[in-house]
Design a protein around this ligand. Structure first.
Ligand code: AP5
Ligand code: MG
Length: 222
């Protein structure tokens, strides 16, 4: 099963992917997490990626496509994967279709998350993460019990460098210009599942996850 998570920054791609990964027992692969790992380890790829990520721009297609091509060869993703944040351009989507065709596979479904813009910014600027166990917090909605300390493992929490108002605006612009055409791309292939994730209708990541799991079962998606 190959699931793609689509959505503007902060819509909950990481949150829903994590829950789905547990429910469906397939790994989550986040290109953003891979880039951030490289940035922390000061690799050549990390240096390159940081130039784009810090400006809210996309890492160039050829670099990102090669990275995912390698990742999809690994053993742990052979029976399924949740792609969190890839593809993000039509070129990446076409490259993914080609890669999968060569592996006798195809995209099972694309989950398109949407959230009102006002809520997105609140989520992003208040997000804190644990660099050790990857737990995610929101200082307003889901704060840690002890200030700046992870409830799960006791590590100090960090804030992503791109989680500030200005970079968020650029990330959002990039999303609308370069990524949102993928909604059409997958709709035309009949592979789009759209969900509104918003406090305004009290629909949280766990509700969307439950709905998606039911949809997969009902429609025999493999
Ligand atoms: P990436 O790491 O993918 O960041 P993003 O797309 O900007 O999205 P986020 O991770 O910020 O948000 P999310 O949708 O995962 O939401 P989350 O669950 O965390 O990419 C970073 C950068 O890497 C890109 O800008 C680009 O430069 C580069 N990159 C990555 N992939 C690339 C590609 N394919 N090609 C080129 N470049 C690429 O939730 C956010 C917050 O909201 C959390 O605090 C969470 O607790 C909270 N929250 C979640 N759901 C809810 C809810 N329902 N109600 C209230 N709060 C909620
Ligand atoms: Mg994410």
């Amino acid at each position: 099963m190959i699931i793609i998570m689509l959505g503007a920054p902060g819509t909950g791609k990481g949150t829903v992917s994590g829950m789905l990964s547990n429910e469906l027992n397939i790994p989550q692969v986040s290109t953003g997490d891979i880039f951030r790992k490289h940035i922390n380890e000061h690799t050549e790829l990390g240096e390159l990626a940081e130039k784009y990520i810090s400006k809210g721009q996309l890492v160039p297609d050829d670099v990102t496509i090669d990275l995912v091509k390698d990742r999809l060869q690994q053993q742990d993703v052979q029976s399924g994967v949740i792609l969190d944040g890839f593809p993000r351009t039509v070129k990446q989507a076409e490259a993914l279709d080609n890669m999968l065709e060569n592996m006798n596979k195809n995209v099972s479904m694309t989950i398109n998350l949407t959230t009102p813009e006002k809520e997105l910014i609140e989520r992003i600027v208040n997000r804190r993460q644990c660099p050790n166990c990857k737990a995610s917090y929101n200082l307003v909605l889901n704060p840690p019990k002890k200030e700046n300390i992870c409830d799960k493992c006791g590590h100090e929490l960090t804030k992503r460098k791109d989680d500030n108002k200005d970079t968020f605006k650029d990330r959002l612009k990039t999303y609308f210009n370069q990524t949102s055409p993928l909604v059409d791309y997958y709709e035309k292939q009949n592979k789009l599942y759209s969900a509104l994730v918003s406090q305004s209708i009290n629909k949280m990541g766990k509700d969307v996850t439950k709905d998606v799991v039911e949809y997969i079962k009902k429609n025999h998606i493999t």
